[in-house]
Write a protein of this length. Structure first.
Length: 208
């Protein structure tokens, strides 16, 4: 009974916007893992909510990332809707050497540039100092790359998401965003399932 009352008190203290973002976020990632195109409209709702959530938490790189996600979610919805008429699902692709090289370059460039920008712009624009500017920027760089791969249905997107989501769990716990930390912990599990499911589809494709 004590646990129940504690849970109710905790629940009542949470932001409605954050809880809505968690619910839509979990649903969209699950639908993506099972190759359902309706993950994209739910993802659009979730990222719009998280623009406001991350602004309040002073996670400015994450806030900007949501704007980027908004664009890629619209693109992903369009790309997945253009699957071949004879295909039930969009075919799964294997990452190329060129994509790996460009991904590493993007991460190495975006992380220090964005981290430095967050630090230097805060006093100029009269913002509160960014929390974890370089770690946040690294996760943002990884997410930018992985989101492109998700939209293009590249199998290895799930491996990047597993890595970055584990880091995000720790960041959001420290920032007292428990529902969001829980959501990202679930994301890790869904990403594992997504990788397993997409790999099965890929093996079926190359066996034909």
């Amino acid at each position: 009974m004590h646990f129940f009352h504690s849970f109710v008190a905790w629940w009542q203290g949470q932001s409605i916007i954050e809880l809505a973002g968690v619910i839509t976020g979990l649903l969209c990632v699950y639908l993506a893992a099972i190759n359902n195109i309706w993950n994209w409209p739910l993802a659009i709702i979730s990222v719009v909510l998280y623009i406001f959530i991350f602004y309040d938490a002073r996670l400015y790189a994450d806030m900007g990332l949501q704007v980027y996600f908004l664009g890629t979610n619209i693109y992903g919805w369009y790309y997945w809707s253009r699957r071949p008429k004879t295909a039930v699902k969009v075919p799964v692709a294997w990452i190329t050497r060129k994509e790996i090289v460009w991904s590493v370059i993007a991460m190495l460039v975006v992380t220090p540039v964005l981290g430095y920008t967050l630090i230097t712009l805060a006093p100029v624009l009269h913002y509160q100092p960014a929390a974890f500017p370089y770690l946040d920027s690294f996760c943002t760089a990884c997410s930018i790359v992985s989101q492109i791969f998700l939209a293009r249905k590249v199998l290895q997107t799930w491996l990047i998401w597993i890595f970055v989501d584990v880091i995000y769990v720790g960041v959001y716990i420290v920032k007292d965003l428990q529902p969001t930390a829980f959501m990202y912990a679930v994301y890790v599990l869904i990403a594992i399932l997504g990788f397993v499911d997409w790999r099965k589809d890929y093996k079926k494709q190359i066996a034909k």
